[in-house]
Ligand binder design. Structure first.
Ligand SMILES: Nc1nc2c(ncn2[C@@H]2O[C@H](COP(=O)(O)OP(=O)(O)O)[C@@H](O)[C@H]2O)c(=O)[nH]1
Ligand SMILES: [Mg+2]
Length: 443
């Protein structure tokens, strides 16, 4: 017998309403015991007094809803208690439930895990539930909702179906001996493998757009010590996130600020100034700065106007096609601004007075929007998806080069399996713990 699980599904602390949810076969019994009434009509909100089965005290008055399975979130019998959101009430209701039958507190993500296991949703939709809950920006929410709606699953199921059809065809080729195998069967199979391979390859060659929407687009500020990187970060963040000082080498650790730009989650990192540092701690700071720069999706490369007409060579090495070049401190500029550095357009700004800053922010926002352009296709959103697709590609590559029909078929079968793992169409018991542990309790 499967346990009945329960938990507070709304946030901790006081709130207008709190929802306590149960899923499993004992749900109805709990409902009857706590309300001392017959089960209300399915899926209709009913006002009930809620009593403690321990000391018979009235705990609260609230709404109860009865969702008999399979028409419920988890597919099992589900009950919701909507009570006033005071900690004393929710604690007492939870305590009351714990005294009844096979009820136990739910583990993180367990409601959604049960929904997946009873076929209510595929794995990518289940993952999207976690993303919806975590979404802090519009674009995170949009992406999560698309995935929840099954856009990603639809794509992978389509490929999987095409491969299964192809597998049947490839297996029919096994029945022919080498001499009598019609040439066109082989050709058709190889052609179809290449078509699907191309589509998968295109899909994963995506600059990790989906993963970046989820985890944040990374902007790293690099430049010489004292060029004003920390001041720029603070102005962007509109708060004193990093220490500003005229002592070169002040910033050592990478300082990250999370921002919401154009609806995208963006992580802006301020770093130690790049130079040949002597001090051990600063050396480590420079190492971290370089690492952050390597991992960035966009570099803000900062030159110091006070150095003009000299241009730091070390800083120039960070100018690439994914950088935005600034000359800071234009408020104290004594030379003309160069029109470009290493062929790259530059913006003059002052972190101190804010001069040029509006233009810088527009440019930054534009670069971020450009990065995420063409986001209409369903995009993969997790390393888990990427790895499974890469695995499928390896199998399809082998399959397209195999000579023996048995081997062609076997590798198609492996590719079908790899893609099936993403949506959970094949046995994925081993990854479920990892996936659902990302969830909060109560979902
Ligand atoms: N005049 C002027 N000084 C600035 C500007 N930005 C930063 N500074 C000063 O330059 C020094 C170094 O700034 P900081 O932000 O710590 O530079 P970092 O080492 O690159 O992080 C500080 O004394 C700042 O006040 C600016 O736009 N104009
Ligand atoms: Mg600094």
């Amino acid at each position: 017998m499967i346990d009945t699980i329960y938990s507070l599904s709304t946030g901790a602390g006081s709130s207008g309403v709190a929802i306590i949810r149960l899923s499993g076969s004992a749900s109805e019994e709990v409902l009857k015991i706590l309300t001392r009434k017959q089960t209300p009509k399915p899926r209709l909100a009913s006002l009930r007094r809620i009593h403690s089965p321990v000391n018979q005290d009235a705990i609260d008055e609230g709404i109860v809803i009865w969702f008999p399975g399979p028409n419920s979130y988890t597919g099992e019998d589900v009950v919701e208690f909507h009570v006033h959101g005071g900690p004393s009430i929710t604690e007492e209701v939870l305590k009351s439930i714990s005294t009844i039958g096979s009820c136990r507190i739910a583990e993180p993500g367990e409601f959604t895990r049960r929904a997946f296991q009873s076929g209510k949703m595929d794995l990518t939709s289940a993952e999207a539930v976690a993303d919806l809950i975590d979404a802090k920006t519009i674009e995170q929410r949009r992406q999560a909702l698309k995935q929840f709606d099954g856009q990603l699953a639809g794509l992978y199921d389509e490929w999987r179906k095409q491969l299964i059809d192809l597998l049947a065809y490839a297996e029919s080729a096994i029945d022919f001996s080498d001499e009598e195998l019609p040439e066109n069967i082989n050709k058709t199979i190889k052609h179809n493998i290449l078509c699907i391979k191309d589509r998968i390859a295109q899909h994963i060659d995506d600059k990790m757009v989906g993963e970046r929407i989820r985890s944040g687009f990374r902007v790293t500020i690099v430049g010489a010590p004292n060029s004003g990187k920390s001041s720029l970060l603070n102005r962007l963040a509109t708060r004193d996130a990093a220490i500003v000082s005229d002592i070169a080498g002040t910033t050592r650790d990478v300082i990250e600020v999370q921002m919401n730009l154009e609806g995208f989650a963006v992580i802006i990192s301020d770093t130690a100034g790049i130079r040949d540092a002597q001090n051990e701690v600063e050396v480590e700071g420079v190492r971290r700065a370089r690492k952050s720069a390597d991992e960035a999706d966009l570099l803000v490369v900062v030159f110091d106007a006070l150095d003009l007409p000299n241009i730091s060579d070390l800083t120039s090495t960070y100018i690439t096609d994914k950088s935005l070049v600034l000359i800071n401190k234009v408020d104290v500029l004594e030379h003309n601004l160069p029109s470009e550095i290493n062929g790259k357009e530059i913006l003059g700004v002052s972190a101190k007075t804010g001069e040029g800053f509006e233009e810088f922010q527009l440019k930054l926002n534009q670069d971020i929007k450009n990065y995420f352009r063409n986001n209409e296709q369903p995009v993969l959103t997790r390393v888990r998806h990427r790895e499974a697709l890469e695995e499928a590609l390896v199998s399809l590559n082998r399959s397209s080069q195999a000579k023996l029909p048995e081997l062609v078929a076997e590798d198609i079968r492996l590719a079908v399996r790899s893609i099936g793992k993403i949506t959970g169409r094949v046995d994925v018991e081993d990854v479920l713990d990892i996936i659902f542990n990302e969830f909060c309790i109560g979902k």
